[in-house]
Design a protein around this ligand. Structure first.
Ligand code: IPM
Ligand code: MG
Length: 356
């Protein structure tokens, strides 16, 4: 029995994760030998208001007993974002050393890109985001607050070990994909210490991966390439913040933020990995029941792959693609009019063969 820790969190996170759990339950009835047990955790903003913390301190240890974590989102309008983020999502990612953040980007059948003249096969990218240090190190300080010389500092931390492990992971992913092309994104013209180390380590590691083609882009130029020449991109590795920004762009270019999935992985399998849609709490539509749950379904596909349940993963991905291709039941951000509940039902019908 797979033990899944479910942390819906806040905002539309709760809506889409509950939908994802229903879909996974339906899937586990159809795929032979896919017993999944879910344990729900009520961590998040409500928990914070009652207990002063987003999750208990011993929570990270508790999660170690699970095979995977299925996460929604952290954040509400009336608590500062850095509190909700650091108190929950980053606490888990960093506490379990989920250092590799994998973000696949694909134009799904039936979905149109805001880019002109782009076909389905033109956007098929794999972004690898460093997920344990960099601009999200949490190191820094603030002094003279409230005075005219108010001063603030955030330190970007890169360690050799941290950069090597994420780049090796990216080379492995690039090697496993048909095009075997890895693009390193940095800003080593302006950020002249850490990013130069990224460049140097990349050159060294590439010696061990001679079958993988490589190229390098500065992050600003990368945005242009994504828009003007999407076909030229395959696998991309970048620092925590650079990849955070690029993957919002990537999600939008592939149709909507509502589709995009992510996996916070511990590739060394010491700890469970965490799977979540990348869209966040979406204050503007939360509580309305109209959130797009596709990102949470696709994240569940990644979770099943991580568990080694490839047949189930394929079946779920096929169902997502059927849903988008048929265009009969779609959320608002994809041009439809359906609610999260209606989409959940449509997915369950596809999975259980009622809709073929
Ligand atoms: C993401 C998100 C988060 C991040 C937010 C919610 C803090 O944007 O997963 O891309 O910046 O890491
Ligand atoms: Mg982001």
């Amino acid at each position: 029995m797979y033990k899944i820790a479910v942390i819906p969190g806040d905002g539309i996170g709760t809506e889409v994760i509950n939908s994802g759990v229903e879909v996974l339950q339906a899937l586990s009835k159809i795929v032979p030998n896919l017993p999944i047990g879910f344990n729900h955790f009520d961590w998040g903003a409500k928990y914070y208001k009652e207990n002063g913390v987003m999750m208990p301190d011993e929570g990270v240890d508790e999660l170690k007993d699970y095979n995977a974590i299925y996460f929604g989102s952290a954040g509400v309008p009336d608590i500062p974002d850095h509190i909700t983020l650091w108190g929950l999502r980053l606490k888990i990612c960093q506490g379990l050393d989920q250092y590799a953040n994998l973000r696949p980007v694909k134009l799904l059948p039936g979905i149109s890109s805001p880019l002109k003249n782009v076909e389905e096969k033109d956007i098929d990218w794999s972004f690898i985001r460093e997920n344990s240090e960099g601009e999200y190190s949490g190191i820094g300080g603030r002094s003279h607050r409230g005075y005219s010389n108010d001063t603030a500092m955030d330190i970007t931390l890169f360690t050799k070990q941290g950069v090597e492990r994420i780049q090796k992971f990216a080379f492995e992913i690039a090697r496993s994909r048909p095009r075997k092309l890895l693009t390193l994104v940095t800003k080593s013209n302006a950020q002249k210490h850490g990013m130069i180390m990224w460049d140097e380590i990349f050159k060294e590691i590439s010696e061990d991966y001679r079958d993988v083609n490589t190229d390098k882009m500065l992050v600003d130029a990368m945005t242009t390439r994504m828009v003007l020449d999407p076909k030229s991109i395959d696998t991309v590795v970048a620092s925590n913040l650079h990849a955070d920004i690029l993957t919002d762009l990537a999600a939008s270019l592939s149709g909507s933020m509502g589709i995009a999935p992510t996996a916070n992985l511990d590739p060394d399998k010491r700890h469970p990995s965490m799977f979540e849609p990348i869209h966040g709490s979406a204050f503007d539509i939360m509580g309305k029941g109209i959130a797009n749950p596709i990102g949470s379904y696709w994240s569940a596909v990644m979770m099943l792959e991580n568990l080694g349940e490839l047949q189930a993963a394929q079946k779920l991905m096929f169902a997502i693609e059927k849903l988008t291709k048929d265009k009969k039941v779609l959320p608002k951000d994809l041009g439809g009019t359906n609610t999260t509940k209606q989409i959940t039902k449509a997915m369950i019908d596809i999975i259980s063969g009622k809709n073929n």
